[in-house]
Structure formats: C-alpha cells, structure tokens
Design a binder for this molecule. Structure first.
Ligand SMILES: [Zn+2]
Length: 80
C-alpha cells in the first residue's frame, strides 16, 4: 500500500511504496530517512506485548497479596 509521507527535515511530501523488510526510503530532496521497515517487526511487537503482559501480571500479583494481608489484619482486630 502506498502512503504519503512528509520528510521530517525539509517537509517535502512524497509517496512511499510498501517497503520490504529491511528496506528504508530516503527523501528525494535532502536524503533523510522518511520510512523504514525493520526485520521481523511483527514478531518483535508480539514479543514486547507478551513481556508487557507478563510484567503487568507480576505487578498485579505483588499488589493483591498486600490487599489480602490488610484484609486479614482487619479481621484480627475485630471485636470479640
Ligand atoms: Zn527531505
């Protein structure tokens, strides 16, 4: 799919064809890189998403025991 991209250096608007993995597109006027497609970008995105989900689960797991400990203390202090 074709996209229209503005060069970040000289603001020249250019059409950029869909890039193959590892390719980059340069500005026709100043030579700045205006588009880039890395290798295995989908795999990297999936790996980072999985890592974020794991870290979120670990954080949540650390937060909930504190909540249950506070709840236990509240039960121990209840009048008998
Ligand atoms: Zn440019």
């Amino acid at each position: 799919m074709e996209a229209i991209v503005a060069c970040p250096t000289c603001n020249l608007m250019q059409r950029v064809e869909e890039l193959e993995p590892g390719m980059l597109a340069e500005c026709g006027r100043c030579g700045s890189i205006i588009a880039r497609r890395g290798h295995d970008s989908i795999v990297r995105t999936a790996a980072l998403s999985l890592a974020a989900l794991t870290l979120y689960g670990a954080y949540t797991g650390m937060a909930f025991p504190l909540y249950t400990e506070a709840k236990k203390e509240r039960l121990d202090w209840s009048p008998r």
